[in-house]
Ligand binder design. Sequence first.
Ligand SMILES: Cc1cc2nc3c(=O)[nH]c(=O)nc-3n(C[C@H](O)[C@H](O)[C@H](O)COP(=O)(O)OP(=O)(O)OC[C@H]3O[C@@H](n4cnc5c(N)ncnc54)[C@H](O)[C@@H]3O)c2cc1C
Length: 407
Amino acid sequence: MARSGGAPVLIVGGGIGGLATALALARRGREVHVLEKAAQFGEIGAGLQLAPNASHALAQLGILDLLAPYAVRPRRIVWRDARSGNLVTELDLGARFQERYGYPYLVMHRGDLLDVLLAACRAEGRIVLESGRTVIDVEERDAGVRIYTADGAAFDGVACVAADGLWSKLRALVHADGDPIPARYVAYRGTFPVSALWDGAGLEDVTLWTGHGLHLVQYPIRGGELFNQVAVFRSDRFRADSDDWGTPDELDARFAGGCAPVLAGIERIGRERRWTMYDREPIGCWTRGRLALLGDAAHPMLQYLAQGACQALEDAVVLAHALDAAEDEPSGFLAYQQQRYLRTARVQYSARLFGEIWHVNEVGATLRDAMLARRAPDDFTHLEWLYGWRPPSNVRGTARLPRIFRG
Ligand SMILES: Cc1cc2nc3c(=O)[nH]c(=O)nc-3n(C[C@H](O)[C@H](O)[C@H](O)COP(=O)(O)OP(=O)(O)OC[C@H]3O[C@@H](n4cnc5c(N)ncnc54)[C@H](O)[C@@H]3O)c2cc1C
């Protein structure tokens, strides 16, 4: 049901998922109105890994080439033991990888991705972007929806996409499963200029250091100008009713036994803010009538596969195509849900599993490392399902790989 003009699709949340959806819908002729609660559109945090399934979705959205000045194409993902520094295994992201998946593995500043999405949305005449609007309720009426915001305003639309993130207010209207589940892990993250790097830091790679109940991820971003780090650990002081856990002193204590490059990284990581880790059990119901969930609102996951934003981008592409192909919005939303929920459930469960494998105790790690020792860097067996994603055949459009990312 491709359409031009008409009442807008209302999108709640202007994060990566919300803006990607706005763009995907507008490019298919839909009017869109995005309502974001923050005073300005923007992203906090630091780096983002975008696997080929995400770069394919970005190509579908027509913005992959615009990311080229900001994105870095790492050579490898290198997994090392945080204590000994020994190599566990590595993934070669070079020619064979590129040939296999057709799209690149990218790392970049999440603010740069959001800025490119925002500029593309602003260039679309069909998208209205409003910040400073906190949505508090959605009501279905006849052949449309009405959204209410905290400042007393109301907005009418033909349908509503809730892309309001992990703490989604609107999720409960579709599936009331309470608060997200705390993982008892906390993350510190930040960037600094590469000029402040220590000798031997892997500037061409994504490096993952793992230990018992902790890990550190490092990679360059912003065209190689900045070095990004995420340090994650399980807090022994976790209490659901308190904020006094996962504190900077615990960060230092947990990583104290690390090898020299890990200690150098932890010393430079920002301590002003920490992110507590949550996910949810996967659900099969993402939609009620003219309301559909998208991104973290639908399938929040632990970040261990670096796929939360990648899945939100896939959602955006599939949702726009599904609405296009359907008789009306409720059936378009149902088709979208059917095409997405099992895949994202697999990613949610696999992310938990990867966390277990990374964070296992030292005896477990010895066994794990022995099993992985003979794995070839170009063995993609366990990645096929994840990185090899293509939109279902009924939603395929043209997505040429921009010249800048070829070869
Ligand atoms: C430490 C860490 C590292 C990560 N690394 C990666 C990675 O490398 N690769 C990857 O793909 N993913 C990664 N992720 C996951 C990724 O950040 C998220 O999955 C992604 O940002 C989700 O996007 P979203 O648009 O669904 O939600 P969000 O980014 O949370 O956006 C939701 C938006 O909705 C707005 N909002 C909320 N409530 C309302 C309301 N009531 N009214 C109006 N607006 C509202 C918010 O202000 C926000 O702007 C990581 C996550 C963490 C914590």
